[in-house]
Write a protein that binds this ligand. Structure first.
Ligand SMILES: Cc1ncc(COP(=O)(O)O)c(C=O)c1O
Length: 359
């Protein structure tokens, strides 16, 4: 048969979603399984969000507002920027793709640390750009000096994941300052802050507050995690007006749905409840980290809503033993296992499974 799609995509790994807990529960004959694999917050939608979506449902025979005006205005007010600096999209992962599309032509380079968010290589490849991966440090962090040294005249975009998925590690102010000073002015630096709301270390800067005035910095945020809207797909970026305008030009038309716009507005009104839930996650993150350090070596501090277990060759088997006990985690073969912070009961179930996996 004739080849109809790009041959280079054969070598690309698939994005691996967390396993469906209903399927696992059925397989194991359990009333329910626990999913700690996709970095969601376990406390349900924020108050008012479901009603807002129901309200929007009455109008879904019409296209949504393509300018996303009300939501961009609300985001602008919350983050202290003008609305022309904001673009929204179908999750921040889509916006990463759109940014690279605005900056890269085939053959250009996208630079990132590895291991980092699994979508980055897929996005680079579909953009037609070359992926330049700089290995993480021994401490599972981005190696910023090595990343700065890896910039070439072909580099168009650098992706900085802070905190980093899946290792949970974070970059501090001084090292980021130095790195950003070293990046040429015509290279975009995308600071992916999907987990910003879980950061407690005061040395880890808010990318927007610290670097929002730099013309080549783009800050990416999502409403999937702390704001509880993973299923609706809503993310946004804040950049200089010209960059944000270019992104809005290439965004798939109407990809911020009417339900997502209504839900986003309702969620943003629940700042105090969002913070309360994040505090619960943070307290559990610290408890989980202390507990897993008793059975796994070299667990890095996490500033996100997940914990990284660098189990190397044991990762897949560890994941299987946890699944057999109804707990879905996310193994990265040969590297480690990422465990999302759940409710206290879910975390206890995980710790029991982890204990038996490593005995
Ligand atoms: C680092 C990072 N960036 C972006 C995203 C994408 O979030 P979404 O597309 O749901 O907004 C994720 C999701 O797991 C992530 O871990």
């Amino acid at each position: 048969m004739n080849r109809l799609t790009r041959a280079d995509l054969d070598a690309l790994p698939n994005y691996v979603p967390g396993r469906n807990p209903a399927d696992l529960a059925r397989e194991l004959g359990l009333p329910e399984a626990i999913k700690l694999a996709s970095n969601e917050v376990p406390y349900g939608p924020l108050p008012g969000v479901v009603d807002a979506i129901a309200g929007a449902a009455a109008g879904i025979h019409r296209y949504p507002d393509m300018g996303v005006v009300a939501l961009r205005d609300a985001l602008a007010e919350r983050y202290g920027v003008t609305p022309d600096r904001i673009a929204t999209g179908c999750g921040s992962v889509a916006l990463t793709e759109h940014v690279t599309r605005t900056a890269c032509l085939p053959g250009d380079e996208i630079l990132y640390s590895w291991r980092s968010f699994e979508a980055y290589p897929i996005i680079a490849a579909t953009t037609g750009a070359s992926s330049i991966r700089v290995p993480n440090t021994e401490g599972h962090e981005h190696d910023l000096p090595a990343m700065a040294a890896a910039i070439t005249p072909r580099t168009r975009v650098v992706l900085v994941c802070n905190p980093n998925n899946p290792t949970g590690t974070s970059l501090r102010r001084a090292e980021l300052d130095e790195f950003l000073d070293a990046v040429p002015a015509d290279v975009l630096v995308v600071i992916d802050e999907a987990y910003r709301e879980f950061v407690t270390d005061p040395q880890v800067p808010d990318g927007l507050e610290a670097y929002g005035d730099r013309p080549n910095v783009v800050v990416l945020r999502t409403l999937s995690k702390a704001w509880g809207l993973a299923g609706l797909r809503l993310g946004f970026l804040i950049a200089q007006p010209e960059v944000a305008a270019a992104v809005r030009k290439v965004v798939t038309p109407f990809s911020t749905s009417a339900a997502a716009q209504a839900a986003g507005l309702a969620a943003l009104r629940q700042d105090a409840e969002m913070r309360r839930r994040c505090e619960l996650v943070i307290a559990e993150r610290d408890r989980l980290t202390t507990a897993v350090r008793k059975i796994v070596n070299d667990v890095p501090d996490s500033q996100a809503n997940f914990v990284w277990l660098p189990l190397g060759d044991k990762s897949v088997e560890f994941g299987q033993v946890c699944e057999a006990q109804g707990v879905i985690v996310r193994p990265f073969p040969g590297e480690g296992v990422r465990v999302t912070v759940g409710t206290p009961a879910e975390n206890d179930a995980f710790l029991a499974a982890a204990g038996s996996a490593l005995r």
